[in-house]
Design a protein around this ligand. Sequence first.
Ligand SMILES: [Zn+2]
Length: 366
Amino acid sequence: MVVVALLFATALAAAPQIDSVYGPLPVFELHSGFWINLHHRLYEAARQQRSAAPAGSAKSGKSAKPVLQVAPGAKPALTGPEQRAWDDAVSYYAANYADKDLLFSTELVLLKNQLGDFETCDELSGAKKRTCDAGLPGKLTQILEGAAPVYRAHHWLADDRANRAWIKRVAPLVREQGVGLSHRLAEIYQTQWPNEKIRVDVSAVANAAGAYTTLDPLRVTIAGTDARNQGAAALEVLFHEASHGIATPVEQAIARECRQRDKPIPRDLWHALIFYTTGEVIKPVMDTEGDAASDRMVPSGSGGSDASQGGKHSSEDGDYTPYAKREGLYQRGWENYLTLLTRYWQPYLEGRATFDDAIAHMVSAL
Ligand SMILES: [Zn+2]
């Protein structure tokens, strides 16, 4: 197992960075794709331009002009034509997409998926290679192909490197814990985990939440540089996002119970529930991982290994703080949900209640 992993790592290191898929891993298929990253960069720049433009107060030092930040070590400045191509692309995105939501706009979801599927192509028009005709509207193709060399020359290397670093950090956790966690979550949600690996696009930027998931096909987009998605949280974010695709039975059960009791369906209860559940399922795993990691750290540490030997297992509650708690999600209007989940859902997670009873109790206590 170790040997295989090592061989693979060597092969990967030696290969030119043209393969946008990292793997093989269980459960997830992690991508760092050029077009998807460009798309999210342009979308973000367009949103910034839009929010910087209208207010009319010239006071803030913020310029409304879209600027492509130059990565360290890249070519220093955009040439005139490069800047124009980039500005055109941002303006196009501002006019056509900035008001639409990456998650809720069908148009943006389809575009994102299409750009993911064409990640190995260096064009989208099919002019050089027929199989690289992504079938996008002509103007959009022209805009993206115009912005592509600019992005490639000035920012893509840094973005790709950051995406791959994120993937590399989370990959061992996925390899060790992915299958177990997927089985556990599927069992909790009384469903099947998808047979096919879930595609995850790691992008320099994503939406405001730092990650989002679109269905049919189930695909996850995660911002690899988002502070909320780092360290141990990376694994939780992966499984939280994937849960969006598999927790439908929970959503349906909540709706059913609400209808039976003539209650309005609480919009976010199921979402709070998958946050809570992922956190609870990940916690013991991460606490063990944390111990294992500190075991590995001890020998290279600065002496005092005896002291740390005793210390590392001492916290019985463990150290991992689930995402929703850490990011204060329950304090933003979900306090009641947290109470319900702790009182009625937690017993189900511990095998002391049935799924149906847990949901029924939560809904009747609403
Ligand atoms: Zn979510």
